[in-house]
Write a protein that binds this ligand. Structure first.
Ligand code: AMP
Length: 507
């Protein structure tokens, strides 16, 4: 039978926090790595997003810090978690904070794009666990606001994404400032692009754990390619935006993502955008609106793809096909998380068919190309399926509006053409080119939606994929320095409390 967190050595105070959130049985990556990581061992996690890796590193981190209590010192964190995006850092903090709170440890989040003052203040007051994006962290280190020389535990999350974003030199500079011999946990879907070098340089005899490759992850997804003339593409997007479940739609440019979110909202489908042009506040607000269900649709660019960790996304739509297969897998990975099902639709104009075919082949997928119209059964089936998956709101069934529509209504929902009843309803017309134009003309990153409050939604999850654990060699460390630019929130905690004696494994 499956084991429990306590049986693996997780202190009761932490497993109680998990139990209160309905998390009772470890996922494979947790089961495989906790015995070693709780004893201070290094780990190389090859788990995909949704595998439970955040708890896999948060639990041993908090457990080990609380088991070896030390006085909190200004500027000197005891543990660091680096993540490539602000969204991911924020989401990691949501997992770590309740655990840290139970252990009377203090955490703070550090990232760019917001004022430095709060981060400075947090560090001056003393923080046990820092969750940071590399750019701003590097800045603060240069300014002597953060000092890693007394670090005990380091986590590098989504190292492959860091590499894609060109962060590795900064990451290396930061890691070179850590003491040698500390516990390192590194998570990366792939070892390309120099991630393997990081593994060799910093990890010492790590436990290596793989939970499916990204390709295998798509097994729980249903893939469609809908081929449609360019002229009908926008309308198809509106049809696919119907239904009640959460869906993420990807576009290539920030500008288009913003415009599409506005257009969908105006068409009556609450949508928000997520892309690099948004201020940090707008990003947080939009993501929170999407997490809480206030907005059903998130229109995002690739940059946002990896940072979005929202459960219960039933449909991913590639409005613009991604440039390469890795991006396809990462974007698509926003659905079918943690064992649940998901549907992925790529919208393909006739001239894009060659590129899309290549991309899918590289992703290891065989997906038939379906020529569709707005009323095609294949399209409505996807909308219908998705609607049926979500129990909390009745599937979209537009009341047939028989009575003559007032001009204001016509203006709101489009051109004045009648709306269709049933699943594909409201897809009817471009809803407001004029409206979009006027919105689009407005300056700045006005995002499509209001909102706030991130919900911690958690759907039931099925079993995880096949996994494997082994030990691998690795060694070597170094020391150096470096420099660069860019925000934070603190979770203050009560007084520290001594707990049971240390279980450090000398390494
Ligand atoms: P992650 O891969 O860390 O992003 O986790 C994906 C999702 O799985 C998050 O919503 C976690 O809260 C959830 N999760 C992680 N571990 C478990 C577990 N052992 N049981 C149930 N849910 C879990």
């Amino acid at each position: 039978m499956s084991t429990t967190f306590s049986a693996l050595g997780v202190p009761a105070e932490l497993s109680e926090v998990l139990a209160a959130r309905g998390i009772e049985q470890p996922f494979p990556i947790q089961e495989a790595t906790l015995p070693s990581t709780l004893a201070g061992g290094d780990v190389l996690g090859r788990g995909q997003t949704g595998s439970g890796k955040t708890l896999a590193f948060s639990l041993p981190m908090v457990a080990r810090l609380s088991q070896a209590p030390k006085r909190r010192k200004a500027r000197f964190p005891r543990a660091l978690i680096m993540a490539p995006t602000r969204e991911l850092a924020t989401q990691i903090a949501k997992t770590v904070d309740p655990l840290a709170h139970a252990a009377s440890l203090r955490t703070t989040v550090i990232y760019g794009g917001v004022a430095q003052s709060r981060q400075e203040k947090a560090m001056a007051e003393g923080v046990d666990i820092v969750i940071a994006c590399p750019g701003r962290l590097d800045d603060l280190i240069q300014q002597k606001i953060v000092d890693l020389s007394q670090l005990e535990i380091s986590v590098l999350d989504e190292a492959d994404h860091m590499a894609d974003m060109g962060f590795l030199p900064v990451v290396r500079r930061i890691m070179d400032r850590m003491p040698t011999g500390i516990q390192h946990m590194l998570f990366s879907a792939t070892l390309d692009n120099g991630v393997d070098k990081l593994v060799k340089r910093y990890l010492s005899n790590p436990t290596v754990h793989s939970v499916d490759a990204p390709k295998a992850a798509v097994n729980t997804m249903e893939h469609h390619v809908f081929v449609i003339p360019n002229d009908d593409k926008k309308e198809l997007v509106r049809v696919l935006a119907q239904g009640t479940g959460r869906r993420i739609m990807f576009m290539r440019t920030k500008h288009h993502a913003k415009k599409m979110a506005l257009a969908l909202s105006k068409a009556g489908v609450p949508a928000v955008d997520l892309h690099g042009n948004l201020s940090q506040n707008a990003r947080d607000r939009n993501l929170a609106a999407f997490s809480s269900g206030e907005a059903k649709v998130l229109v995002a660019t690739d940059v946002a793809a990896r940072g979005v960790h929202v459960d219960g996304v039933e449909l991913v739509v590639h409005i613009d096909p991604p440039a390469e297969h890795k991006a396809y897998l990462h974007r698509s990975g926003r659905t079918a998380r943690a064992g649940s099902d998901g549907t992925v639709v790529t919208i393909c104009t006739p001239d894009q068919q060659g590129d899309v075919a290549t991309l899918l082949k590289q992703a290891g997928l065989k997906v038939p190309f379906e020529k569709v119209g707005l009323d095609s059964k294949a399209v409505l089936d996807v909308v219908g399926e998705v609607a049926e998956l979500v129990p909390y709101v009745a599937p979209v069934k537009q009341p047939q509006r028989q009575s003559p529509r007032k001009s204001s209504e016509a203006g709101k929902s489009g051109s004045g053409r009648s709306q269709r009843a049933g699943r594909g309803a409201r897809s009817g017309r471009p809803v407001s080119d004029e409206a979009r134009r006027s919105e689009g003309g407005r300056r700045q990153e006005r995002s499509a939606r209001p909102p706030r409050s991130a919900g911690s939604d958690r759907p039931a999850r099925a079993g995880q994929g096949a996994s494997s654990t082994e030990r691998a060699g690795g060694a070597g460390r170094g020391s150096r320095q470096g420099g660069r630019s860019a925000g934070a929130a603190t979770t203050g905690r009560g007084p520290r409390r001594a707990t049971s004696p240390t279980t450090r494994s000398g390494r």
